[in-house]
Ligand binder design. Sequence first.
Ligand code: NAP
Ligand code: ZN
Length: 284
Amino acid sequence: MDWGDIVGVVDAVGEDVPPSRLGDEVMVYGGISCGDCEYCLAGEHTMCYEYEIIGEDRPGGLAEYVIVPADNVDPKPASLSWETAAALPGAFTTAYRMVVTVGDLKPAETALILGASGGVGHAALQFAEMLGATVYATTSTAVKAERVRQWADEVMDYTEVDFAKVAMDLPDGRRVDLVADHIGEETWQQSINSLGMGGRMVICGATSGPDPDIDIRSVYQHHRQILGAPMGSRQDFRDTVALAARGAVEPAIDRVLPLSELAEGHRAIENREVFGKIVIDPSR
Ligand SMILES: NC(=O)c1ccc[n+]([C@@H]2O[C@H](COP(=O)([O-])OP(=O)(O)OC[C@H]3O[C@@H](n4cnc5c(N)ncnc54)[C@H](OP(=O)(O)O)[C@@H]3O)[C@@H](O)[C@H]2O)c1
Ligand SMILES: [Zn+2]
C-alpha cells in the first residue's frame, strides 16, 4: 500500500504519446529523474540529484486517476493479476536492490532477513531463497513465523531469542554474509553483530528510528560493510517484474481494500497485523 505503487489502464495520453497506448494495462515505475546526469546515463536513476518519488514528491496512486510521465510506464504482464502487480513495485524492487543488485548474494552464502513478514522483508526473503542461499529470517509472532517458514531455512522470533547470538553460532561453521535490515535503530547493533568477517548489511529503511546507538568498531574491526539500497533503478524494476511474471517471486496480499477504507489499512499496518502487502482498489 504505497502511494507510489501504481497499476492501471491508460485513460488519456499527452501530446507526444501515440493514442494507440490508450487502453494499455500498465505498471508504473515510481521514480522520476532528470535523464541526463551521469547517474541517469549510467542507469542509476535513484542516484540522480533531481530524483523524485511519485506519491512522495508528487501526487501518487491512492486515487482513481494519476498523471505520470510516459517513460515511467511499462506493460503489465498478462500473467500478473491487478492485485499482484499492484503489490510489487516499491517493496519488491527495493528488496531486489538490497539482495541482488547491491547485496550481491551468492548461492553458497547465508543471508539474514529482518522484518520478514513486512512488504520489503517478505520480498527480500523470496529473492534470497530464489538465489539458493541459506536463509535465516526474523519475525515477531508464531503465526507470522509459520508463514515466513515457506521461504526460510530457519525462522527466529526476535521477541523470544537474541537473533545475533543465534547468527554467531550457526551450524557447520557458517557465518551470516548478508543481513537485510529495514528496521533501523532498534536492530542495527544486533544486525551488525550477526555478520561474519567482511559481511554486508544492506539497508533501506528506518521504521523504528534513524539514530542507532552503535559501536563503530563492530563495523570496521570485522571488515563489515553497510550498504544503502533505497528503491531500485529502472532495470531493477524491470527485472523484478519479469521474475514475478514467471512466478519466481510472489507478493503475499494480506487484504484488498476500497479507497474509502484506506485509514483501516493504515491502522492495520501500524498495529503490525499485516503479512505482506495491502492493496487499495479504487474501482471497488
Ligand atoms: N515498501 C517500499 O516500497 C519501501 C521502499 C523503500 C524503503 N522502504 C522502507 O522499508 C521499511 C519497511 O517497509 P515495508 O513497506 O516493508 O513496511 P511494513 O510492511 O510495515 O513492514 C515492516 C515490518 O517491520 C517489522 N518491525 C520490526 N520492528 C518494528 C517496529 N519497531 N515497528 C514497526 N515494524 C517493525 C514488522 O515485522 P515483524 O513483525 O515480522 O518483525 C513489520 O511487519 C520502511 O522503513 C520503509 O520506509 C519501503
Ligand atoms: Zn539524473
